[in-house]
Design a protein around this ligand. Structure first.
Ligand code: CUA
Length: 340
């Protein structure tokens, strides 16, 4: 730790005071983290009923705890500053019984009852749509079993209705969390957990793995795209069809490169012979917002860089560098960007 603090960019003045300055820096960063104008990953800006009951509970607990803290601190300061310091309180043992046992018991039981009520509000409602989410190190497989759609790192849902989530992990324990829409639920290997979320406003919400699962845990993010019903139906219909490009009589050069370079060993593209499931399904890769599980925007440059050396941007992920000529790389990326 000390060595990293002595790196050249660290202001000389701070070096000796690092230990004292760090807590303030950490607090400032936490504060700044809450400043994103769109609040697209914020538990205190709920956009659905489940997140709403969690946020209300959070504010309630904060208010009660702030009140208790303020009163206790005021009493403590009063006691320390009192000229009758050291004397027994005129209230005697009654003060300890009421202030130390009765009041805390009432407050704690009240908080427990309110928490239980919030938990009841999180019960799974009736749903029409199921989405299966499988956590991998470090990306999210997203399946619409009723519609035979598989995608990755992006969950589209209709606005205003609860969506059932069936979640599990492929390798280690992960945790599913979309703070604006719902609470957290663990993804466990070989075990299904059931959960739900609902968005009441159209928008793009950020989700994040909330359980440390290896060095790239922080880059295990995803997007939830909440769309009005009609738009969502269009999305479903578009994603159910393989892209026309895939069934064209003459395969493009890029498609040949995809197989020659061995991409099909890990990735599937529906409508072709690539059916592997070790990496994300690429059938509609071009229409996704990000690549690398929220790591980079889905652009030609980012995609090319990722293909050539994914280890440079996300060390430790399972994809090896791809050794192909520049021409082949361009052809491959051209092809992938057609798959909307
Ligand atoms: Cu997956 Cu942390």
């Amino acid at each position: 730790m000390r060595e990293s603090l002595n790196m050249c960019w660290w202001p000389r003045h701070f070096r000796g005071n690092a230990k004292r300055v760090l807590p303030f820096l950490a607090a400032a960063m936490l504060l700044l983290a809450g400043c994103h104008p769109e609040h697209y990953q914020s538990a205190v800006h709920p956009r659905g009923p489940a997140a709403d009951s969690i946020a209300t509970l959070w504010w309630f607990l904060l208010a009660v705890c702030t009140g208790v803290f303020t009163i206790v601190m005021a009493l403590m300061v009063g006691a320390v500053a009192s000229p009758r310091r050291g004397e027994t309180s005129p209230l005697g043992n009654r003060f300890i019984v009421i202030g130390g046992i009765v009041l805390p018991a009432i407050i704690l039981v009240g908080m427990m009852i309110y928490s239980l009520e919030a938990t009841v509000a999180l019960r799974m409602p009736e749903t029409r749509l199921t989405v299966r989410v499988v956590g991998h190190q470090w990306w999210w497989e997203v399946v619409y079993p009723e519609h035979e759609i598989t995608t990755a790192n992006e969950i589209h849902i209709p606005v205003g209705e609860p969506v059932r989530l069936e979640i599990r992990a492929r390798d280690v324990v992960h945790s599913f969390w979309v703070p604006n829409l719902t609470g957290k639920m663990d993804l466990v290997p070989e075990h299904d957990n059931f959960f739900w979320m609902q968005a009441d406003e159209p928008g793009i919400y950020r989700g994040q793995c909330a359980e440390f699962c290896g060095p790239q845990h922080a880059w295990m993010a995803f997007k939830v795209v909440a769309q009005p019903e009609e738009e969502f139906k269009k999305w479903l219909a578009a994603k159910q069809r393989p892209h026309p490009e895939l069934i064209a009589p003459e395969p493009r050069r890029g498609q040949q490169v995809f197989f020659e370079a061995g991409c099909n060993a890990c990735h599937a593209i529906r409508g072709t012979e690539a059916v592997a499931r070790a990496g994300p399904d690429l059938t509609h890769i071009a229409s996704r917002l990000t690549i690398g599980a929220g790591l980079m925007p889905n652009s030609r440059g980012a995609l090319s860089g990722w293909i050539v050396n994914p280890q440079a941007v996300k060390p430790g992920n399972l994809m090896p560098p791809t050794r192909i000529t520049t021409e082949d790389l361009h052809a491959l990326v051209d092809y992938l960007l057609l798959l909307e």
